[in-house]
Design a protein around this ligand. Sequence first.
Ligand code: ADP
Ligand code: GN1
Ligand code: MG
Length: 355
Amino acid sequence: MLQQVHSFKTDSNPVFHMRYGGGHINDTYMVLDDTGRLYVIQKINQNVFRNPKAVMENVHAVTAYLRCRVEKLREALCLVPTKSGEDWLVDEAGDYWRMYYFITDSIVLHQAADPRDFQESGFAFGYFQRQLADFPAEKLHETIPNFHNTPDRYRLFKEALKADPMGRAKNVSREIEFALAREEYAGTLMRLLASKDLPLRVTHNDTKLNNVLFDRDTRKAVCVIDLDTVMPGLSVNDFGDSIRFGASTGAEDEVDLSKINLSLDLLESYATGFLSACRDSLTQCELHHLRDGAKMMTLECGTRFLTDYLGGDKYFATKREGHNLDRCRTQYKLVAEMEKYWDEMQSIILSSSRS
Ligand code: ADP
Ligand code: GN1
Ligand code: MG
């Protein structure tokens, strides 16, 4: 048994643990106690989150806020305190650990099996944003500075390209060209933020389908998870990151690019769910730039994967040689798909906002 589990105030004796989930960032384990109660324990990745205390202060503040606003307990994450009453544990190695009650009878989806699943996740993230609309943003730390500052992601990409520590740049000239051809576009949303055309809101910032738990029986979205990146951000990016991950017809790391297309049906499902939850709180400018959120998040994520590939796979967990490059290629294929269906995307989003 992981030593750290014993520092938390579980209801009864922990008897079993196993690696759990498909996240790219934290180490996650499921824990069982001898009454059958389940928990999730996570080690925060300090290579990604340089200030883990700030992450935990945000998680504490957001979960406490949401817990007062949900109808049922399982609709918000709930931290299990340590035996000494803290929200997290710092172990002897300096690693930060936190424990949540496991949201039981829930499932996670890595791909939408049905457009209704995706619509549900859209509703969940739209609702999440609405629930946090009055959250005092000044209470939140910026857990990863410049997280969705796409021009800054380009700066890091060009730095990695110049340094080329693994000698990999020669393998990716097409991807480099693809990224550089879109550098001017990459500043679009940050320019609209600077000119105050787009408002800064409290957003989730990592709205992948697998960051929503669904009820196993009803397939209704139960709870939004992975709150490490909740901080001030753009609503269009929350919309966009979901489309990037979930409206693709293939997995994020699919090697056969002919399987990667943009599903306009899935886009419509997500937009319908998302907008039914938060349309009234969005400005016209936000509504009109939702499709840019989708393209921006896909371009940015592809460029982050490419940067990590060039830099030697230090950020995202990888399972095989070239894993980050495979991921980059799916993202760039999706960007190309979005460019192909640019006008259709807008019609679908705007008509979903009226339905
Ligand atoms: P990462 O940042 O690495 O993606 P997540 O917080 O998303 O970490 O957790 C990884 C996985 O663990 C999730 O996709 C989900 O399957 C599972 N998980 C996390 N928290 C809970 C919870 N409270 N109840 C049930 N499953 C959970
Ligand atoms: C990471 O934590 P996870 O696996 O939900 C990453 C996201 C990327 C995503 C790509 C903190 O998300 O920004 O979009 O991988 N999270 C962080 O799959 O960097
Ligand atoms: Mg996750």
